[in-house]
Design a protein around this ligand. Sequence first.
Ligand SMILES: Nc1ncnc2c1ncn2[C@@H]1O[C@H](COP(=O)(O)OP(=O)(O)O)[C@@H](O)[C@H]1O
Ligand SMILES: N[C@@H](CC(=O)OP(=O)(O)O)C(=O)O
Length: 449
Amino acid sequence: MNVVKFGGSSLASGSQLKKVLQIVKGDKARKVVVVSAPGKRSSDDEKVTDLLIDLGMKALAKQDYQAVLSSVIARYSSIAEELNLGNEIIDEIELNLAALVAGNKQEPDYYLDAFKASGEDNNAKLVAAYFNHEGLPARYVNPQEAGLIVTNEPGNARVLPEAYEKLQQLRASEEVIIFPGFFGYTKDGKVCTFSRGGSDITGAILANGTQADLYENFTDVDAIYVANPNVVENPKGIKTLTYREMRELSYAGFSVLHDEALQPAFKQGIPVQIKNTNNPEAPGTSIVKERHSADQGVVGIASSHGFCSIYIEKYLMNREIGFGRRVLEILEDQKLSYEHMPSGIDDLTIILRDHQLSDEGEAALLERLRIELEADSVVVERNLALIMIVGEGMRRKIGTMSKAATAFAESNINIDMINQGASEVSVMFGIAADQEDKAIQALYKAFFE
Ligand SMILES: Nc1ncnc2c1ncn2[C@@H]1O[C@H](COP(=O)(O)OP(=O)(O)O)[C@@H](O)[C@H]1O
Ligand SMILES: N[C@@H](CC(=O)OP(=O)(O)O)C(=O)O
């Protein structure tokens, strides 16, 4: 049995839904279908999730929301019309949105999450109606009914372990199950969404819970490419990746699969297959436990921006017991999570996501680091990009670092920071954010051309 997830690009219009139906019909193993909200029909279009966030914010702020509400309804109406579905489903969606607007505004984060989740929830109902209309017996399943319970973290929920056992019951369904992605319910019955792009996570949770043979993730590219196709022209496709490689690559910027969607599949050893809804014949990319082409060094190059670094220097830091703990305590007190912490003898650097640190927050943090740690110097650098080269085979390959360093040097890019993870699956470079694309192109040329 397969769990199949379709992303927003695969569900953006009626013609896309026709392809989805053919794909589901094409293999009887495709029993559980996870859907996203309608995505962009073209590059200048808007995702329904973004419209819903706008709608929720306006309703919360008691601003005029009629225009954006109409845009949301228009997206579903145009799909329903293209598929000759009649008005019933659109009436249901209109009622649902009206109920959301009138919902409890006491807890704004939960109020907004209910809007965000409705994008997938209403779409799942629409897809189920369409499949039945076309003679394929299908059933919408609500995540609460299925037992998909999550933590109380609006916009950033995590699945609770006890969910998996309950989800097993989905295997027994006679009909194809249409399951909305992106959210679950807390123990006290509130809707809570995963982080953005989180329908991939729902797919992986369901694959784990139902002990599926395969998790197929349908998107709009023929494969995962070795570098972002929006940055490198015609990059090479990847046939097979390991879970660890994909986890590193998606963390570092391969937005094609959410980085939290690997763990649930990995725990059950369920292979993940990335496929193209617009070209289902293309083999796509497999993500599995082990890859046998061991001679391959770097398998992919990813990047993301929006980071800052805090450099702390103190003579004899290496001999000071508890120094690292005190740094981390200050971060915890200031409610900051950190991403990486490369260190030297007398210095260490903390890499954080930039958005966490307001100007006032920065000043408070620096003062505490300087005074409480008696540091010789504390320096913040904003607008950093992190570039990551990834590959399990790198640890056996000589010369990878020198090749990367040469590529940076030849493109006149200064490396601010290098961090090699202990696992040697990846090496990370910190550079100025405005050099990000140039760096990816240079590394692509060095490793793949
Ligand atoms: N290395 C990569 N390989 C393939 N696609 C990538 C890569 N890096 C970024 N992407 C982007 O990811 C997109 C697919 O992800 P996403 O937009 O979330 O799809 P969906 O709508 O199916 O959820 C691609 O269209 C591509 O622009
Ligand atoms: N619709 C949600 C969840 C999601 O996974 O969407 P997509 O499959 O289009 O990336 C979002 O935009 O974040």
